[in-house]
Design a binder for this molecule. Structure first.
Ligand code: ADP
Ligand code: MG
Length: 254
């Protein structure tokens, strides 16, 4: 069965990694999740408290080094598949794949081609895939299976951040991603939604899926380098994310 794929996008610092990690913490209780850190800053592992040993970027470099010395006939798929499993950090209900740095000046086409196929096969083992993207969504554009069920564009509740969200929405459209539905998520909300924002939100043309309040405990954990699963039960940010997942019909009852 095809997994339900959620991609989180937005400008740097809006809270993509935080939202992705909170979503993963919620979904991992319901079915196996493949978490993909597709931001070269690579901090989804830290937010989940998982130690990344090797990134896909490193694997790609290693394989390219080794391929030159291989006798003909040695299947590259197998080497990549083995390598991929070294990149996969396994934990209860969640496996994490970290993409790492982008491509260097060398030609990675062949390796990328095989890698995409291997990752696409891997995806079939999960009920959910959650992608934490870089602002430009580069990795999404390079995927063979570009299907995303829900693209969540994260912004902060102010007009400047909403304009940045509009740009992210355009990028997704320009990339020609196959996205079933796109939504806006407002993060770090203090108090009620400012009234003046209703107009700019309408203009953006993305339905507001939900808001996540500013939660000092979230910030505290991130400053201390602690994983978000250490949030106390029922913390405002986790409750908000549970609500968001329910709206996507991925709640506990859904
Ligand atoms: N709802 C929130 N409440 C409090 N702090 C938050 C919240 N969301 C994000 N943060 C903090 O804001 C900073 C940036 O968030 P992060 O998720 O890393 O953004 P991004 O991945 O978009 O760059 C982090 O220090 C994080 O802990
Ligand atoms: Mg991030």
């Amino acid at each position: 069965m095809r997994p339900f794929t959620i991609a989180v996008a937005g400008k740097g610092g809006t809270g993509k990694t935080t939202l992705a990690a909170l979503i993963i913490e919620c979904l991992r209780r319901q079915g196996p999740v493949l978490a993909v850190d597709a931001d070269p800053n690579c901090n989804l592992g830290e937010a989940l408290g998982l130690e990344v040993k090797r990134t896909i970027g490193q694997l790609r470099d290693d394989v390219l080094e080794r391929i030159a010395d291989l006798p003909p006939g040695v299947p590259k798929d197998q080497i990549l598949e083995l390598g991929l499993h070294e990149c996969l950090v396994e934990d209860e209900g969640v496996d994490l794949l970290t993409m790492g740095h982008g491509e260097g000046p060398r030609c990675y086409c062949m390796v990328n081609h095989v890698l995409r196929r291997v990752i696409d096969t891997l995806r079939g083992n999960y009920r959910y895939v959650v992608l934490d993207n870089e602002a430009g969504m580069e990795h999404l554009s390079r995927r063979t299976t570009q299907d995303v069920d829900a693209l969540l564009v994260v912004a902060e509740p102010n007009p400047v951040s909403l304009r940045a969200a509009a740009r992210i929405k355009e990028i997704a459209e320009e990339l020609g991603l196959r996205v079933r539905s796109k939504f806006l998520v407002l993060n770090r909300l203090q108090g009620d939604l400012p009234r003046g924002l209703e107009g700019p939100i309408r203009e953006l043309g993305l339905p507001l899926l939900g808001t996540v309040p500013y939660d000092p405990e979230v910030e505290g954990l991130s400053t201390a380098g602690r994983p978000l699963r250490e949030l106390p039960p029922g913390s405002p940010a986790s409750l908000a994310v549970e609500g968001i997942l329910k709206k996507l019909r991925l709640g506990k009852e859904g």
